[in-house]
Design a protein around this ligand. Structure first.
Ligand code: VGL
Length: 198
């Protein structure tokens, strides 16, 4: 039974220079690219990615965001900010991703398990169809979309691990809390979180 790598939201708007810039995002993008390029050597049967893909997500966007449940406009479908970060994009362009799951068109969607491929297949169904039983989760942001994706993976019955060295998060406190929640849910945490925010 196979293991998959899930790359969460390694997009321009979540990296330095983006509208919801997470410190350390670009560095994570580069490290994730290296892992994706060596996915087979690392024992991954499949590699998938998620993308925040907003059209009109209601109060997920705000002019006065609290950076917890409301955010500046980000990852609007079709914009540069929604594209994969250039340090990660070459892996996608080289065909290293087996599927991409888009989420959040008309409402906030933190978990990749709320997303779907262009053929409208959800992540859990896709993983099961490809005989995946275990997943490693990496990407941005540790305390939001990585957390939500890993929690949903565990809930769906996948043996779930977060590779913290390949994540970047928004703030120290919420990263700490995310790590606690993940451990309590039976998610294995490897490495150290990059505590970059404030
Ligand atoms: C995310 C904030 C808002 C994420 C998405 O990808 O973690 N964070 N939308």
């Amino acid at each position: 039974m196979g293991r998959a790598l899930i790359v969460v939201d390694v997009q321009n708007d979540f990296c330095e220079g983006g509208s919801v810039a997470v410190a350390g995002g670009a560095e994570v993008a580069g490290k994730v690219r290296e892992l994706v390029e060596e996915a087979k050597e690392h024992g991954y049967a499949k590699v998938v990615a998620t993308r925040d893909h907003h059209i009109d997500p209601g109060d997920h966007f705000s002019d006065t965001p609290d950076f917890k449940t409301s955010w500046p406009v980000h990852c609007v479908a079709g914009t540069q900010g929604s594209e994969f970060h250039p340090k990660f994009a070459p892996a996608a362009a080289a065909g290293a991703l087996d599927a991409v799951f888009y989420k959040g068109a008309y409402a906030a969607a933190y978990s990749g398990f709320e997303g779907a491929t262009e053929d409208e297949q959800g992540l859990a169904a896709w993983l099961r169809e490809h005989a995946i039983t275990a997943v490693d989760v990496v990407g941005i942001a540790t305390d939001h979309c990585v957390k939500a994706t890993a929690l949903d993976a565990a809930k769906a019955g996948f043996a779930t691990q977060v590779l913290l060295d390949l994540t970047a998060g928004v703030s120290h406190d919420t990263i700490e809390r995310a790590c606690q929640e993940l451990r309590q849910a039976g998610v294995n945490l490897s490495g150290d979180p990059a505590v970059a925010g404030g």
